[in-house]
Design a protein around this ligand. Sequence first.
Ligand SMILES: NC(=O)NCCC(=O)O
Ligand SMILES: [Zn+2]
Length: 508
Amino acid sequence: MSIYDTIIKNGIICTASDTFKSDIGIKDGKISTLAESIDSSKGNIVIDAEEAYITPGGIDAHVHLREPMELFGVIADDFESGTRSAVAGGTTTIIAFASQNSESNDSPEDLARAVKLCISDAMSQKLYCDFALHLILYKVNKEIIDEQFQKLYEEVGVTSVKMYMTYPKLQLRDYDLMNVMYTARKNGITTMLHAENGDMIEWMIEKLEEQGKTDPYYHAVSRPSLIEGEATGRAIVISQSLDNPVLFVHVSAPSAINCIRKAQTKGLKIFAETCPQYCFLEAEDLRCIHSHDPFEGSKYVCSPPPREGKDDQDSVWKGLQNGTFTIVSSDHCPTLYGGEDGKRAAFKNGHNGEFKWIPNGIPGVETRMPLMFGNAVNGTKLSLERFVELHSTNPAKLYGLYPKKGSILPGISDADLVVWYPEGKYTGPSTISNNMLNHDCDYTPFEGYGINNWPRYTLVKGKVVYKEGEIINDNSGIGSYVKREKSKLAVPNNEWVSELRPKYLIDK
Ligand SMILES: NC(=O)NCCC(=O)O
Ligand SMILES: [Zn+2]
């Protein structure tokens, strides 16, 4: 009689702390047993890992998909194609975004209602993996009232909000950031910041336009590293003033990385995310010199933009190695290159393709893990354990999903796993091409990039959803919404730089 639904034999398990040989017994969607040897006759299904590495499924904590509020124009992936693409690249949980409703009138229910709308839209689709949600806040009338954040946590399990220091439609003033952080701290809501100085960028764009510099390449020129460094430093001061932890999303610039490192050395609760585009792409890509059409550079338009070259990439790698970065996410935000609604929306409404009108964002949910596994782990830039920490365990801890997600703990963790190819046995494509990917986008900015491994099996809650290059449709629809706990990492220090203390602490 079988005891396990599935047994994985002969694997080398790698977690954020250990690498060891073990068989895995899976029951009811959970890791049930780790043992040197589990009898094959005890499993309904037996997978032979053939001495390959097995890692916890990836958690991609920064994924933009089509959702009711449409803040970033028309996104090519909905929750079905986005989760399909995720599992094909070894990601078993995504954290996507719901957006505050612009009609919000600050009632206690407003924010939770916006999240519920997004959940029900997503749940009406076939989901290949689990998802959770952050909430984008872009309108703060006076202050976010306590009850709004309480309900976010209690009713919909959302424990993080993202705010922007750039984009004309979304940019918040420092005053607004302070109002949000003040209430976030009290309620254990993690604040995520897109740090670029929007006012400086606006000025730079105007000056470039005056000189007729409007090709996609000038998107990168209009958002230089220094501007990211400035916003990062300013936000760290705000964070310190309020003793409120901050996670900086998609960090790319050496100046920002240095600020973050310094703050961390002081003991401040500052966390940072980077993305593969800042490890592999560069500003020159936006020139697309191999193409007759400079607009092809729009395929690389994202913010912050890819940076200057090898030195800048090296400082990202250094930050990944030395612990400055907490997580690696994709910032998947796919807009089509063809058609009228994607990058070419820049030709609508009487515009002529000027970079200012090009929708920002690139796809990457499927390529994140294989690119980093192949080039970082096999290229020995990162240890396997650090790879797991950055792509799986830390996102789970930071965003309240641990230890259900991000680990391989018997009796506790969901059986979300990636079985890689054994050393030397990967026979798939040696470079990335868009036609091997499962997203609904018509290009990848990583076309032609080398890979030397790829997930052989991806399991979500014990079910194989991807096997040897194929999506297993029988097991689709397995994904569901995951309510999150409060962060295990982003916890205030209770150290103050001024006499200002929130009233709720003084009254205690
Ligand atoms: N990063 C980007 O260009 N687009 C996605 C939206 C954001 O995260 O800023
Ligand atoms: Zn952003």
